[in-house]
Design a protein around this ligand. Structure first.
Ligand code: G3H
Ligand code: 13P
Ligand code: ZN
Length: 307
């Protein structure tokens, strides 16, 4: 089955009150783990590639790996650029076969964000490609931008932004953040804000980034086998499930994949110090990705059986 765009995926997710998972991919084992989970749960999938992942793996490698995965499945799969920093990178991905791109101008002043987004929308729409943009700022660290404090999305500005740019989906800031350390105090999301944006943009798909909730088993496992990742707190899964039932049609997950893989590899090295075959530790790591992603699909996103 060829790659698909997010249009029908999001329309159905919006109507039926679930979200599609967008999982960050960096190498073959991560792609395989996610695909195995999708197959088990019969779920639609978004595989997303950040600028850093593209640099690490190489665009051709990552695209061809995903094409190989598609030869073995009939699941609907979107190939998406995550947090595209500028027009040139978005263009390179559109030209290289991605079916969806994100232009992230959230760190720019409002008018500049509109300008940067509109430029990508014009190029992408001429080629039938979906564009996600971002308004508001998430706290946390990504490769090209890091912010200490979040700036929640203003609902009036969201409407103006969507109208003036023509972007197809919008990532909003309502309290999630990137990386492992998301909340110092009580974890909460601004649901009244999400509801208001949803009401002001009826039928329009919203996106929630920074949505990992790191399963405790992997935090404990990593620390037991030599990791030093203390106090890591994710977004509680019941809050994500609630957002998925509202206008949020796409939920992005990266940190939880990293944590699951790393915990398994740490365990393997401690338990088998004599081992040096990468397959011996990447196989359980891939299995852990599968298990974690299947759990998210089934219990958090609500998209099992929606492929
Ligand atoms: O939101 C950012 C993603 O987690 C990607 O992270 O830029 O380190 O690949 P990365
Ligand atoms: P996490 O760091 O919470 O996994 O967020 C991932 C993300 O937003 C990718 O763009
Ligand atoms: Zn993100």
């Amino acid at each position: 089955m060829p790659l698909t765009g997010p249009k029908e995926m999001f329309a159905r997710a919006y109507k039926e009150g679930y979200a599609v998972g967008a999982f960050n991919v960096n190498n073959m084992e991560i792609i395989q783990g996610i695909m195995m989970a999708g197959a088990e749960e019969k779920a639609p999938l978004i595989l997303q590639v950040s600028a850093g992942a593209r640099k690490y793996a190489g665009q051709n490698y990552i695209v061809k790996l995903i094409e190989a995965a598609l030869m073995e499945t009939d699941l609907p799969v979107v190939l998406h650029l995550d947090h595209g920093p500028d027009f040139d990178l978005c263009k390179a991905c559109i030209d290289g076969g991605f079916t969806s791109v994100m232009i992230d101008g959230s760190h720019l002043p409002f008018e500049e964000n509109i300008k940067a987004t509109k430029q990508v929308v014009d190029y992408a729409h001429d080629r039938g490609i979906w564009v996600e943009a971002e308004l508001g700022r998430l706290a946390g660290v990504e490769e090209h931008v890091s912010a200490e404090k979040s700036i929640y999305t203003d609902p009036d500005q969201a409407v103006e932004f969507v109208q003036r740019t023509g972007c197809d989906s919008l990532a909003i800031a309502i309290g999630t953040s990137h990386g492992a350390y998301k909340f110092t105090g009580e974890a909460k999301l601004d649901f009244p804000r999400l509801e208001k944006i949803g009401q002001m943009l009826p039928g329009y798909p919203l996106v929630l980034h920074g949505a990992s909730s790191v399963p405790q088993e992997f935090v404990d496992m990593a620390n037991k086998y030599g990791g030093k990742i203390g106090g890591a707190k994710g977004v509680p899964e019941d809050l994500l499930r609630k957002a998925a039932g509202m206008a949020v049609c796409k939920i992005t997950i990266d940190t939880a994949i990293r944590r699951a893989m790393t915990a398994c590899i740490r365990q393997h090295f401690v338990e088998h110090p004599e081992d040096f075959d990468p397959r011996a530790y990447l196989k359980p790591a891939r299995e852990a990705v599968k298990k974690m992603v299947a759990h998210k699909i089934k219990n958090v996103l609500g998209c099992s059986g929606k492929a």
